[in-house]
Design a protein around this ligand. Structure first.
Ligand code: PLP
Length: 393
């Protein structure tokens, strides 16, 4: 029951920690040898920085089987990628389909556009954390330009049937934007076989890059207006932003250091195997689900959403015994200060799903193990929960 300097970190859905060793090595090496401005100057260091970025684009293209490396845009984070996709593709009068499973980085830009009278919006209602592809089919209209959905829900960890949804959206001629913040790196995504037009994800979660990295894939059918224009390194005499990708959407100095780390993360995940990390994390969460069933429910703990290990990533929300008396925030504070365990409580930037499952406005306690967590970490979490439960009741 001692607080350690580095906690038992169970908050990988927010950002992954620790990073694999090759990521730390790549960051250190790049920072010491190549941290020049890529594409801006002709000297060797700048060229080396540019080469690192182009290799990272190629690695992404191989990993997700995209059409070409230049369709991968580096962004600040997933929110940035989603905003570029949403605001760059929408026209006044469009209809957009989304769901109650979304993070605010999808919900807020869409709600703003709806409130300003630019779009009409349909928000699909999930059941136990899942959407059915037929809900999308029924909501499509001739005016639907964009369907913007999450692949894996950050609050619950539930994975949506994105292949079936993609086929339906493509048949209808609309664009599909997938928020893969919680799935990229742990659930296979193959852009050759799944017609996704816009794929957004952070570099800093299950691809193990540092914070400050994000990615947007722009498919052939998506024509995006840039909303950030500026220097791109090349063609400076042109008075307008270049139209070709990736530069059309990449004004300003990129996070070359972060991208160098991300490239090492992608390589590590490739060696590790995508399914391998998910299976490890889900096996750890299974211990929590088993504890809730065997003992935790007796104290009033509940798993939020339907637990199905086959369609789950490594995030799980627990509904606390008594929302009125014992806020999730209090539980996570006790876990942090008394037990040295880092989890995330509250609404997780996703208010609609908490409204759907009845945990609004206090939210839930979410734990999200990563590849470096062990059964001993989960057992320490469960012992702490048991102790807290006994203390409360
Ligand atoms: C589902 C989902 N979408 C988007 C985001 C936003 O990611 P970022 O913090 O990289 O902008 C998150 C972050 O937790 C997320 O879980």
């Amino acid at each position: 029951m001692s607080t350690t300097a580095v906690p038992i970190y169970l908050d990988n859905a927010a950002t992954s920690f620790p990073k694999p060793e090759p990521v730390y090595l790549a960051l250190d090496q790049f920072a010491r040898t190549s941290l020049a401005n890529p594409g801006r100057s002709g000297h060797r260091m700048a060229k080396e920085a540019e080469r690192t970025i182009e290799l990272a684009r190629s690695a992404l293209n191989r990993f997700f089987q995209g059409e070409s490396a230049n369709r991968w845009i580096f962004t600040l984070n997933c929110t940035d990628a989603l905003n570029i996709a949403i605001k760059g593709s929408i026209q006044p009068g469009d209809h957009v389909i989304t769901s109650d499973l979304e993070h605010n980085s999808v919900s807020r830009p869409l709600r703003r556009l709806e409130k300003d009278g630019v779009i009409t919006l349909t928000r699909l209602e999930s059941s136990e954390g899942y959407l059915d592809a037929d809900q999308v089919r029924l909501a499509l209209t001739p005016q639907t330009r964009l369907v913007a959905l999450t692949h894996a829900v950050n609050v619950l960890g539930t994975v949506q049937p994105i292949e079936a949804i993609a086929a339906i959206v493509r048949e209808a001629g609309a664009l599909l934007l997938v928020d893969a913040a919680q799935s990229a790196g742990v659930v296979p995504i193959n852009l050759k076989s799944t017609p996704i037009d816009l794929l957004a994800f952070p570099g800093h979660k299950a691809l193990y890059g540092p914070t400050g990295t994000g990615v947007l894939y722009v498919g052939r059918r998506a024509k995006l207006r840039p909303w950030r224009e500026g220097g791109t390194g090349g063609d400076s005499k042109s008075v307008l932003q270049p139209e070709e990708l990736p530069f059309a959407l990449e004004g300003g100095t990129p996070n070359a250091l972060g991208i160098a780390g991300l490239a090492a993360g992608i390589e590590w995940v490739t060696r590790q195997g995508v399914e391998q990390n998910r299976l490890h994390e889900v096996a750890l969460l299974q211990r929590v689900v088993d504890w809730v069933e065997a003992e935790g429910s007796g104290y009033g703990w509940n798993v939020a959403g339907r637990w199905d290990a086959a369609s789950h990533v490594g995030a799980l929300s627990l509904i606390t015994p008594n929302l009125d008396d014992f806020h999730p925030q209090v539980i996570s504070d006790i876990l942090d200060t008394s037990f040295g365990i880092a989890v995330r409580s509250g609404l997780h930037c996703s208010p609609y799903i908490h409204q759907r499952i009845g945990s609004f406005p206090d939210g839930t306690v979410r734990l999200s193990p990563g590849p470096f967590n062990t059964e001993a970490h989960i057992d320490a979490f469960l012992e702490a929960l048991q102790a807290i439960s006994v203390g409360i009741l």
